[in-house]
Design a protein. Structure first.
Length: 387
């Protein structure tokens, strides 16, 4: 009898007893919601990426929403982003009444193509949201140059890029604002959670307001001050606070971020070593001068050399309990966008990529045996289907 291997997901968290202990300590303390642990987590995260300010927030989507708000995005404004991302990168623009505009990707890196950004800039463009897809940094020099030329705000979506570096700087320290996610599939987790980093005191203050109803208790920015009970609502914000329960987990996880990152890079190297000379697939191209944080390991099938399509490969791997995934359907292809003005959008590179990609399992807790199982599974299916 063949013993079926247990299901291997494409990603999952890694929690240890020390993480659980850190959370339990908060549960026994006075503060459950935003308090000393959140502040500690913000300071530690800002130090980690090398930036002046960090704002902990309910999740990565709220981080994008807050950043769009702080950038002043409103009705009539256009914001350029990539189709190859999670829907939240574009949705955040919509939350503020703005219009996401999709610029196609570079065929090699799968990241937004700066020359496509240039083509999409209009008088209405206010910001660019580059997404470091899989953890590979975008061409930030060129994106910064375009932003400067047209006076645009840059919000990096770094949900995949905790620990990635671009020309010697950690992602999170480069643009006006950078957003992170601590969902369990991401590099470090707080269950749900997110962070925005910035070097601007002005943006920092806006982000703080937005996170908590637009309300302040800071005498220096109030219009009036009536007594020590007094607070003022200065803008229309949300309740997007992170709890101290989550922040304690985040702090504990952050201590392991570099160890997790190292392991992700080891796994990526194991895949690349085996797959780089396989003619039926392409391994992820790595840009010089950057280091990916390897949130995802995406293989691209050379369909011309195969007798089967992506779906068949995907399903064959799932039959072997290998939890591969697909990241992403181009955002404008979702019914919501198709029904709201995007039916004529065509980003040829993104659409072509979508039909060919499979995300292999990659997460720090994977064993070398798990990696070998994936390698064998992929090799077997592709060898059987080679033309
Ligand atoms: C995960 C993710 C988000 C959203 O983060 P949440 O914490 O799940 O809200 C945004 N953008 C990208 C690219 C992501 O992968």
């Amino acid at each position: 009898m063949v013993v079926r291997k247990p299901y291997l997901p494409y990603s999952r968290q890694w929690l240890d007893d020390d993480d659980i202990k850190a959370v339990a300590e908060v549960l026994k303390s006075d503060y459950l919601t935003t308090g000393p642990k959140s502040a500690e987590f913000e300071t530690a995260f800002a130090q980690y990426v090398g930036v002046n300010f960090a704002v902990a927030i309910a999740n990565g989507t709220a981080a994008l929403h807050a950043a769009c708000y702080a950038a002043g995005i409103q009705a009539g404004d256009e914001v350029i982003t990539t189709p190859i991302t999670f829907a939240a990168s574009a949705n955040a623009v919509r939350y503020c009444g703005g219009t996401p505009v999709f610029a196609d990707i570079e065929p090699a890196t799968y990241n937004i193509d700066p020359s496509e950004i240039r083509k999409m800039v209009t008088e209405k463009t206010k910001a660019i949201i580059p997404v470091h897809f899989t953890g590979q940094p975008c061409d930030m020099d060129e994106i910064s140059r375009i932003a400067k030329e047209y006076n645009l705000v840059v919000i990096e979506d770094a949900a995949h890029a905790v620990g990635a570096d671009y020309k010697g700087n950690l992602i999170g320290s480069i643009s006006d604002m950078t957003t992170f996610s601590f969902h369990p599939v991401k590099h470090i987790t707080t269950g749900e959670g997110g962070m925005i980093t910035t070097n601007s005191e002005e943006l920092y203050q806006k982000l703080l307001l937005f996170r908590s109803h637009g309300i302040t208790r800071d005498k220096n920015i109030m219009l009036d001050y009536q007594g020590s009970w007094y607070y003022e609502q200065l803008a229309l914000g949300y309740n997007y606070r992170m709890t101290d329960i989550q922040a304690a987990l985040g702090l504990s996880q952050l201590k392991k971020a570099n160890r997790f990152l190292h392991r992700r890079r080891e796994i990526a190297d194991m895949y690349t070593a085996v797959f780089k000379d396989t003619p039926v697939l392409q391994v992820p191209f790595q840009q010089e001068g950057c280091n990916s944080s390897w949130h995802l390991y995406v293989i691209q099938l050379n369909l011309e050399k195969l007798k089967c399509n992506r779906k068949e490969v995907f399903e064959a791997l799932h039959r072997e309990n290998i939890g591969v995934n697909v990241h992403y359907l181009p955002v404008y292809k979702h019914p919501f966008y198709q029904q709201n003005g995007y039916q004529d959008v065509r980003c040829a590179c993104s659409e072509n990529l979508y039909n060919r990609i499979i995300s292999l399992p990659i997460f720090p807790k994977m064993t070398n045996q798990n990696v070998q199982d994936v390698i064998h599974g992929v090799k077997n299916i592709l060898e059987r289907n080679e033309k």
